[in-house]
Design a protein around this ligand. Structure first.
Ligand code: PSU
Ligand code: MN
Length: 332
């Protein structure tokens, strides 16, 4: 790596890109960084941010809790520190204690918190799971450049009429965080999602051997990413380049679901079609659409979609942690 790139990555990692004024970002006001995360950041060790809407709204209890714990263990086993982000009684937490994770996973009253909801939940002292957009904001403020999730939000089907476009996409356009996901679900309009990301200036790369953009439950879709990264080192170089250019926009690294977990892909696709039609017929809109469809698809496939979802999240956690480790190596 060139000296310039190395210096830029080091400065960004040290400063938390741009917002943190201190050597590393402290807990401050309604923003609490867990001591284990603070320590890793201070020692310039790799940290992986994780979201929590997947816990509060993406999966049923107790699978949500066991999956969240497994993901944290995978991150640790790969040599990085997990930082699950969530809002607890009006405070944004970067890194949750086991009790806090438990609370979010069990609580029926947890809200789904995206960028627009942050001021409300903070001002009212409420709790909730952070979506990709809100998690990116918290990770950026803490100085964590790599964030792992299952799937991001996107342009919904018929979005050209409803304008239901996830805030995750605009966040990727304005916040310099690398999001590792399994692409976007085919409950969304994948083609329009990629068009929107291009407009937002988001660098989209498929991880692995092909440029085909993955469709969450299926390793391929009919769409392609603008580029491809073969391994964690290449992914880290790509992220380092975004940082050294000072673009202030994010990177989406799309990791295809491993073939051995993609067997039920076709059946899940069909269930998704049925669930989207049902959601329309029932007049379900706004933030309720994604959780409704996820739950119906899981019911219709007798849990196969949930099983595949968990498998791909585990895989993303492994890949994302390796990318975080490579990035921190490059910055040293
Ligand atoms: N996709 C999934 N599972 C999820 C989500 C998306 O497969 O749990 C969550 C993520 O937190 C994402 C959010 O950020 O849904 C997007 O919601 P919306 O479409 O309302 O923006
Ligand atoms: Mn929406």
């Amino acid at each position: 790596m060139t000296h310039l790139l190395k210096t830029a990555v080091a400065i960004h990692l040290r400063r938390g890109f741009s917002t943190c004024q201190s050597t590393w970002c402290r807990s401050d006001g309604h923003f609490k960084v867990h001591p284990s995360v603070l320590q890793a950041l201070a020692e310039k060790k790799p940290v992986v941010a994780l979201e929590s809407t997947i816990i509060t709204h993406g999966m049923p209890y107790p699978k949500n809790l066991s999956t969240a714990k497994q993901v944290e263990s995978i991150v640790r086993a790969e040599g990085a520190t997990p930082a699950t982000v969530g809002v607890i009684e009006g405070n944004v937490h970067v890194g949750l204690s086991p009790e806090e994770l438990d609370h979010l996973a069990k609580s029926k009253g947890s809200l789904k918190v995206s960028r627009r909801d942050l001021p409300y939940v903070i001002s009212k002292g409420l709790s909730g799971g952070t979506t990709v957009s809100a998690t990116m904001i918290a990770a950026h403020r803490a100085g964590i450049p790599v964030f792992v999730t299952g799937g991001i939000g996107g342009v919904h089907r018929y979005g050209e009429n409803t304008l239901d476009i996830s805030a995750d996409l605009t966040e990727l356009g304005r916040t310099p965080i690398a999001v590792i996901s399994a692409g976007v679900k085919s409950i969304l309009d994948i083609g329009r999602t990629l068009e929107f990301l291009e407009t937002q200036g988001v660098c989209v790369a498929t991880y692995g051997k092909s440029k085909s953009f993955p469709a969450f439950f299926s390793p391929r879709s009919e769409f392609t990413s603008s580029c491809q990264v073969a391994n964690p080192t290449e992914a880290a170089k790509l992220i380092g380049s975004v940082l050294s250019l000072g673009l202030q926009s994010g990177v989406l690294i799309a990791v295809p679901i491993p073939e051995e977990h993609a067997a039920a892909g076709q059946q899940i696709e069909e269930a998704i079609h049925a669930a989207v039609t049902e959601a329309n017929a029932k007049g379900i809109t706004g933030r309720d659409v994604t959780p409704f469809i996820l739950q119906r698809v899981s019911e219709m496939t007798e849990g196969k979609s949930l099983q595949a979802n968990i498998a791909l999240i585990h895989n993303n956690a492994r890949v994302g942690s390796q990318v975080a480790c490579a990035l921190s190596q490059q910055a040293r």
